[in-house]
Write a protein that binds this ligand. Structure first.
Ligand SMILES: Cc1ncc(C[n+]2csc(CCOP(=O)(O)OP(=O)(O)O)c2C)c(N)n1
Ligand SMILES: CC(=O)[C@@H](O)[C@H](O)COP(=O)(O)O
Ligand SMILES: [Mg+2]
Length: 591
């Protein structure tokens, strides 16, 4: 008879009523439940399937939420969410008004720390451990669960270095599956492999850093996990547990094709077969236009280098890694290193295309200012996932870049309106640039099937008029300009002009002067934060010109963190979709 333990687990205390054999059955149920829901609702699959036994064991042995459990990145926390009171909400995972795809402090007391970006867990858990020690609570455990790719991030190393001497109760669980989203890279990965194969190593790196090292153990073996964690629970000070797991465990396709099944979209839960395919009759993704254009350019220009920080598939740098492996680098989850390495390459006359998701570039802010801009090094930043990204939510939306880059001297900031413009600005940047440049483009599908047109130069700092008008000007930056075009086509009004400004910096002052001379009303639209972004730049310019009589309205992302939802839902909520923009344009025109 099929048992059903899972439906009785409403919090980790309920686990404690089960024996180890029952926990094994529970693991199977949990696996089926996650596969059931994610196959329909989508989300991160492989990493969660890999930590089911580990999650059960952690909640079984430790006294969460009193013992504090921090998940690194948090994309693997589905079993944790389900066991900590969110089973019945799990079908809303990553959806508008649903539960977050990542641990979130506001969602549950079991989510000790909000995550989404990698390599934070050790620092956060150490902070908690020090706080407990200072408060005289010496019996509490503070646990960071971190993957083998995330532990290579700089911050994780900084945390390890401190934790080894901080005299606090911290347990670092390394979940080693030899994978990031793509296969893990780097010397540390090679080292971890050698630790696994030579368990008699005299003293490993973690012991050398003052941790009591335990493992490696099989992360799918519940009895061993429970016994080991029980022993560790009794120990004070810094502890390290090396756990070996398989990403995608329990679903054949997910085990075999770990990159695709990191977040596979909809799939058949029985067979594991994918149900969503790229529609080849549709325009390609921006990422593919970027990746293929980069190869095209790099074949002609041998100075071009491609760089990704652990996102070769996501950014499509994979095409260059496949075709020109000598000049393409995956540096792992190391955005800061990627940026300064690009700076070094640029000093020697190379032309680095550094492709980093907008949200992850936040990690490398000082490197952009100190290592790149201050020395005016012509590094080409390709800011993927700029704008709203959808289901990943506030940790991942790429909405700050225009604002945080704009204040840096020497930076050129461009936002192509479509993929043809993207190709041309990539071409321009490698041909003739003497400054660092950021090129921002969104996640997903472009607009044109015939994007592979001959290259043409885009004049840096020059915008363009898309349509002329009499009474009002709409100024857009980036792909939202395509929505403006559709709205204006629909309105069929000859009153409204549209300008694709192309650059946030330098601003096209000549064009702005023309616009202010001709139009009394100016509507500025951007898919980025209103505070300090593109619209702010224009406001500042007109204010400096003393043009206070202009009627200016701005549309963009308000001063709040935007939750998760599909991109179209979020754009609609923010009034940045076709309907919202049309209404604003009409209202402003008639105002
Ligand atoms: C700073 C940062 N860079 C990149 C990412 C994108 N990212 C999310 S998960 C992941 C791989 C994580 O690998 P690992 O830590 O080994 O966990 P696994 O998925 O193997 O369980 C990456 C690169 C991120 N979340 N944060
Ligand atoms: C957890 C994480 O940071 C990544 O898996 C991210 O969700 C990838 O986003 P894309 O799906 O846009 O590549
Ligand atoms: Mg991993």
């Amino acid at each position: 008879m099929k048992k059903n333990y899972l439906q009785h687990i409403n919090n980790p205390d309920d686990l404690k009523n089960l024996n180890v054999d029952q926990l094994k059955d529970l693991a199977q149920e949990l696996r089926e439940f996650i596969i059931d829901v994610v196959s329909v609702k989508k989300g991160h699959l492989g990493s969660s399937l890999g930590v089911i036994e580990l999650t059960i064991a952690l909640h079984y042995v430790f006294d969460t939420p009193r013992d504090l459990l921090v998940w690194d990145v948090g994309h693997q926390a589905y079993p944790h969410k389900i066991l900590t009171g969110r089973r019945e909400l799990f079908h809303t995972n990553r959806q508008l008004n649903g539960i977050s795809g990542f641990p979130s402090r506001k969602e549950s007391k079991y989510d000790a720390f909000g995550v989404g970006h990698a390599s934070t867990s050790i620092s956060a858990a150490l902070g908690m451990a020090i706080a407990s020690r200072l408060s005289g609570d010496d019996n509490k455990q503070h646990i960071a669960v971190i993957g083998d790719a995330s532990i290579a991030g700089g911050m994780a190393f900084e945390g390890l270095n401190h934790a080894g001497v901080a005299k606090s109760n911290i347990l670092i669980v390394l979940n080693d599956n030899e994978m990031g989203i793509d296969p893990n890279v780097g010397a540390l990965k090679q080292y971890l492999t050698s630790v696994k194969s030579d368990q008699k190593m005299q003293k490993n790196i973690f012991e050398a850093l003052n941790f009591s090292y335990n493992g490696p153990i099989d992360g799918h073996d519940l009895p061993t996990l429970i016994k080991t964690l029980k022993d560790l629970k009794q120990q004070k000070g810094p502890k390290f547990l090396h756990v070996i797991t398989k990403k995608g465990k329990g679903l054949k396709q997910a085990e075999q094709n770990q990159v695709t099944y990191h977040a596979p979209g909809k799939f058949d839960k029985q067979t594991g077969d994918l149900l969503e395919f790229e529609d080849l009759s549709e325009p390609p993704k921006f990422q593919d236009v970027f990746g293929k254009t980069l190869v095209e350019l790099a074949k002609k220009n041998e100075k071009i280098i491609g760089i990704t920080a652990a996102m070769p598939t996501g950014t499509s740098i994979k095409y260059m890694l496949e075709e020109i492996p000598d000049r393409a680098f995956d540096v792992g989850i190391a955005e800061q290193h990627a940026v300064t390495m690009a700076a070094g390459l640029a000093t020697e006359g190379y032309i680095p295309f550094c492709a980093i998701y907008s949200t992850f570039l936040q990690r490398a802010y000082d490197q952009i200012i100190h290592d790149i801009a201050l020395q005016n090094l012509p590094v080409i930043f390709c800011l993927d996932r700029a704008g709203l990204v959808g289901d990943d939510g506030p940790t991942h939306h790429g909405v700050f870049d225009m604002a945080f880059l704009r204040l840096i001297p020497n930076m050129v900031i461009s936002a192509p309106m479509n993929e043809i413009e993207l190709r041309n600005i990539m071409f321009t940047a490698q041909e003739q640039l003497s400054h660092p440049i950021a090129i921002r483009y969104p996640r997903g599908k472009g607009f044109y099937k015939d994007w592979q047109k001959p290259f043409s130069i885009i004049e840096i700092g020059k915008g363009r008029m898309i349509r002329d008008g009499k009474d009002m000007a709409v100024l857009s930056i980036g792909t939202i300009g395509e929505t403006v075009c559709t709205v204006l086509d629909d309105l069929k009004s000859n009153s409204i002009a549209h300008f694709d400004m192309r650059f946030v910096k330098p601003l096209d002052k000549k064009l702005l002067n023309y616009i202010s001379g001709k139009f009394a009303k100016i509507l500025i639209i951007e898919e980025g934060v209103l505070q300090g972004g593109f619209g702010s730049a224009i406001l500042e310019y007109y204010q400096e010109q003393g043009l206070t009589q202009l009627k200016i309205k701005r549309l963009g992302i308000p001063d709040e963190f935007i939750e998760q939802g599909s991109v179209s839902e979020l754009l609609a909520l923010l009034g940045l979709d076709f309907k919202g923009i049309k209404k604003e344009i009409k209202d402003f025109l008639n105002d």
